[in-house]
Design a protein around this ligand. Structure first.
Ligand code: 3H9
Length: 693
């Protein structure tokens, strides 16, 4: 019998089989909750029924509460109450788990009296990744089954626990390799015959472990002080040693408090943004088949790109101009793959097969049969043009010619070939086998199948591909070039590099801008400043005064042992000589230092970022605000709980942003300009979220 669109119930003698069918991930929407509640009630009022078995249709059991409902009003029946009803059911309930039983999905199962996992199952409580905590009994019932330390590990990491481990931990009672419905019937029969013993999770007692919880609390205060939900997770789990009803009350309060934070909104924006970035017209076009990739350049980028391609099962030919750097490159790729084996990301068998897929060569002509070439050589237009000119002659018809340039005009590169329709930009981020962003740069003449192939490659590499038009720096580096100047101006005007770094770390960046520059190497920006010098407007305030002096001393950052910080010992300490340079530069410019509060540092930095990001939208370099958010989140370490600069901008509002820009423009009207789009938004009362629709 169909209860509603997503839940059905059938009876097989003494067994009631409840099937949940809410594709794609069986999210516990209002319809699913209502249907399940009705089905349990029907089964419980049927005297013939002695076991209830719940299973999911499709690729997964319930992957959690329906996140799309979170911004609307609460819809009855609520999941926590439903889980309680399942636990209180007179008739024993067995829950069959397959695919990814996550969050509210696992919590439904914890309310059941027996749990069976199917082959390939992963279970988890990933609510923390959304700024939440398990809110349907997960913080109370998980410790009852597996103890406080293991439960807290699952809840704080949000990790997906494989079936075998779930069985060992005692989270599930049995593993089966049947299909869900058969496993449901089998388990129900075993309950009837006494082979499987049902029990109510809520009745299990938890031994209080305050010293462990205090230790975790202290650790989190050091590592995650700025986040709300991790601390609430610890307190909710602490309550699991109380009576179930008491613990559930505390969990409910903590869940509601987490729900109302901007962090929760930011993290959910990031979750849906990542998926929306994939939902572009190109995703509907059939891509070209890719089996063999050529990578030109065995520097850091080329090595990372080759590694990520190998990890995804692609054949790779790496080309470098001479033997020695080629061999170093290949050795580093081996090391990267070894690292993946050590971290459990790659099996030994796959490691061996990946190595067989890697060849190296010093001759570009070896790329004559590859399906795609990714050029990753030195950032110099003439060098790149020379390579594209040669590739055009060498590569087979239809091969995609991609450049990993981070700033240069790919249209110019395309025009050097006889096949500009096959040319595209694939801007990876370093280290390319770790960082998840690829800017897919669609040039003026790029064919749509070639664009689709760029996005298909990003998907295959399990990365987030974001579409960008051509401009200096594309989406990310163009915005970065702009807001980084703010950090330099703040230092010239009165802050220390450490004050700027600390303020932005307090905002949530893992590293402040000076630490990032030290890590990337000051020489890279120095080169860019010199490249742009001839076209720099006379009205622009120069931002490189301090950095240029550091570079002239050879203080290129971490790799030189010295930059804004000293790296000569294990501890990173501020470089005292930098203060002398700053003072000299201030004197030279006749500037008397001002004091900037943490709030003002953050505001100037973020306002500059948002201004340039808005111009990137105006210029149609990015199609939607959410694309910009994903670029900053996945490529530039923007704090995920802030959702990205455009999402963050909406928390301030267009009118206020304009006021801030106009205030700063009194000091420098060239740098601080209000984008027209922002003015229109303020006039029409629009947000960036409105522009995503
Ligand atoms: C929770 O449970 C709270 C409770 O403790 C308490 C409540 C009171 N809701 O990722 P995919 C969509 S919080 C709504 O591309 P995959 C997704 O947007 C929740 N929609 O597939 C996408 O839509 P589209 C705790 C959802 O195979 C489509 O499904 N659970 C949800 O790469 C396919 O998703 C989680 O945090 C959802 N819960 O990965 C789990 N989940 O096609 C979140 C997915 O329109 N989900 N969608 O773009 C995941 O981690 C992955 O989706 C999963 C599948 C691993 C399941």
């Amino acid at each position: 019998m169909q209860i509603n669109d997503v839940v059905s119930i059938e009876t097989l003698s003494h067994i009631a089989l409840i099937c949940l069918n809410n594709p794609p991930v069986n999210a516990a929407s209002q319809a699913l909750r209502y249907g399940l509640q009705q089905a349990i009630s029907i089964a419980n009022t049927n005297d013939a029924i002695r076991v209830i078995a719940i299973y999911g249709a499709g690729r997964t059991f319930v992957a959690g509460a329906d996140i799309k409902e979170f911004d609307g009003p609460p819809l009855e029946p609520m999941l926590p109450e439903l889980v309680n009803e399942i636990e209180e059911s007179e008739t024993p309930v067995v829950v069959i788990l397959h695919g990814t039983a996550l969050g509210g999905g696992l919590e439904i199962a914890l309310g059941g009296h027996v749990r069976v996992g199917l082959k390939g199952l992963k279970v988890g409580l990933p609510e923390i990744n959304l700024g939440l905590l398990p809110g349907a009994g997960g913080t109370q019932r998980t410790p009852r089954l597996i103890g406080i330390p293991a439960a807290l590990d699952m809840i704080l990491s949000g990790r997906h626990v494989p079936a075998n481990e779930a069985l060992e931990l005692g989270l599930i009672d049995r593993l089966s390799d049947e299909i869900p419905r058969d496993a449901a019937i089998g388990a129900a029969k075993d309950i009837l015959s006494g082979v499987l013993m049902p029990r109510r999770t809520g009745e299990i007692l938890v031994k209080a472990d305050h010293s462990y919880l205090d230790k975790m609390k202290a650790t989190l205060l050091r590592t995650h002080a700025h986040l709300v939900s991790p601390h609430k997770c610890v307190e909710a789990v602490r309550a699991s040693s109380l009576k179930l009803s008491e613990g559930l009350k505390l969990e409910k309060r903590a869940f509601a408090e987490s729900m109302s934070t901007p962090q929760r909104a930011g993290l959910i924006h990031a979750f849906f943004g990542e998926r929306a970035a994939r939902n572009i017209p190109e995703a509907k076009i059939s891509p070209l088949d890719l089996a063999h990739i050529g990578v030109v350049g065995a520097g850091t980028m080329g090595i990372g790109i080759a590694t990520t391609c190998l990890l995804s099962g692609l054949e790779v030919t790496l080309v470098e101009a001479s033997q020695e750097p080629l061999e170093i490159g290949i050795a580093t790729i081996h090391k990267n793959l070894e690292g993946a084996v050590k971290r459990g990301k790659l099996s030994r068998e796959k490691f061996n097969s990946s190595l067989k897929c890697l060849t190296g060569n010093t001759d570009l002509a070896s790329l004559n049969q590859v399906d795609m070439v990714i050029e990753a050589v030195f950032e110099d237009m003439d060098v790149k043009k020379d390579i594209f000119f040669k590739l055009d002659k060498i590569c087979k018809t239809g091969a995609v010619l991609a450049s990993n340039t981070s700033y240069l005009d790919i249209n110019e590169l395309a025009d050097i070939t006889s096949r500009p329709q096959d040319v595209i930009g694939l801007h990876f981020f370093s280290p390319a086998h770790v960082m998840r962003l690829i800017e897919v740069i669609v040039c003026e003449k790029t064919n749509e199948t070639v664009s689709a192939t760029g996005f298909a490659l990003a998907k295959r590499l399990r990365k987030v591909g974001v579409k960008s038009g051509v401009c200096d720096g594309f989406i990310g580096n163009r915005i970065l070039s702009h807001y980084r100047k703010t950090a330099a101006y703040l230092v010239l005007d009165g802050s220390s590099p450490q004050e700027v770094d600390q303020a932005l770390e307090a905002f949530g960046f893992a590293m402040g801008p000076h630490k990032v520059t030290d890590l990337a190497g000051l020489d890279i920006d120095w080169l860019t400043r010199r490249r742009k010098a001839p076209t720099r407007s006379k009205e622009e305030r120069y931002s490189g005064d301090v950095a240029d002096r550091l570079c002239e001393n050879g203080w290129f950052g971490r790799k030189a042992g010295k930059g804004y910080y000293l790296y000569e010992t294990a501890d990173m300490t501020p470089n005292p000589k930098v203060n002398e340079i700053i003072e000299a530069e201030r004197n030279r410019a006749g500037l008397s230092p001002k004091t900037f509060s943490v709030g003002e540092i953050i505001d100037r930095y973020m306002t500059a970022m948002i201004s340039e990001a808005t111009r990137v939208l105006e210029d149609k370099i990015a199609a939607r605000p959410l694309d910009i958010d994903m670029v900053l989140l996945f490529g530039y370490g923007f704090p995920r709980h802030r959702g990205g600069p455009m999402h963050y901008a909406d928390t301030i509002g267009a009118t206020k942003l304009i006021e801030h820009i106009e205030k700063y423009a009194q000091e420098d009207s060239y740098y601080w300009r209000v984008p027209n789009l922002l003015r229109d938004m303020a006039k029409d009362g629009k947000t960036f979220a409105d522009l995503n629709r």
